[in-house]
Write a protein that binds this ligand. Structure first.
Ligand SMILES: C[S@@+](CC[C@H](N)C(=O)[O-])C[C@H]1O[C@@H](n2cnc3c(N)ncnc32)[C@H](O)[C@@H]1O
Length: 239
């Protein structure tokens, strides 16, 4: 089915509300269990904030893309972007691929992000997944992200910070249940969740070479402490 039959237009795709509506329609055929989760994720992810940080016609890698929600949002918003999503879960990648339809600039592949080889992207998005890895692995993945970015590229990392602690406890409990039930697959079956505090996430980004890091706090109504840490390869604004 061509995407135009879902959107009733080619481009531009319209307001953020319309883009979210189109996004929902892409997943109507997902099995109910996945569909419930997808709707929850769509509510929890501030796609609009991420979208505004990425230029038109950029090349973007979405690491641990899950069902491809963010990849789809940023692609629907600016069809000139080239977006690739990678995730460990064959089930999630299968559902993500079913959303592609007739779009040539979006793709998904199954893979372990600890194995990804540096390439060339203008932006890398990495949402709610770095805490699955121990500190040396976190550093190694971030190092590869740094090496994969163009000179003015940026990494848009979203991770839970530890304050306020009651919200962080919710984050932790949610992730513990999702990973220990294996609804969210992880490389190591006996997974330990490795959350850092805000200053430590920032320091980790700087330690692999990011010249500047911008922190965007969670929306005040959000139930979790999900915070954006945007790593700039070179300090903005660019000349
Ligand atoms: C909390 S979900 C986030 C998914 C997506 N980023 C989103 O925001 O909806 C975490 C994702 O990390 C993926 N994942 C876990 N370990 C991975 C690994 N080693 N390589 C690639 N993906 C991984 C899981 O399959 C899952 O889809």
């Amino acid at each position: 089915m061509p995407l135009s039959s879902v959107t009733n237009r080619h481009s531009p795709p319209g307001t953020t509300r319309e883009i979210r509506q189109t996004l929902r329609q892409l997943y109507t055929k997902a099995p109910w269990k996945d569909s419930l989760y997808i709707q929850g994720r769509a509510w929890l992810i501030d796609f609009e904030t991420i979208d505004l940080m990425i230029a038109e016609n950029s090349r973007i890698l979405d690491l641990a893309c899950g069902y491809g929600l963010l990849a789809n949002y940023i692609s629907l918003s600016q069809p000139g972007r080239t977006v690739h999503g990678v995730d460990l879960s064959p089930r999630r990648i299968k559902i993500a691929r079913q959303t592609i339809q007739d779009r040539a600039r979006i793709s998904f592949s199954m893979g372990d992000i600890t194995q990804f080889t540096p390439s060339d992207y203008d932006a890398i998005t990495f949402i709610d997944s770095l805490h699955y890895f121990d500190l040396p692995t976190q550093r190694m993945i971030l190092q590869r992200c740094f090496e994969s970015l163009s000179p003015q590229g940026k990494l848009i990392l979203r991770e839970a910070s530890k304050k306020p602690s009651w919200k962080h406890a919710l984050n932790y409990a949610h992730e513990w249940i999702m990973t220990h039930s294996h609804f969210t697959p992880t490389r190591d079956k006996k997974i330990q969740l490795n959350f850092l505090n805000g200053a430590q996430w920032e320091a980790l980004l700087r330690s692999v070479g990011f010249e500047a890091v911008k922190t965007i706090p969670p929306r005040h109504w959000a139930p979790y402490t999900d915070t954006f840490y945007v790593g700039y390869k070179k300090s903005p604004p660019y000349a």
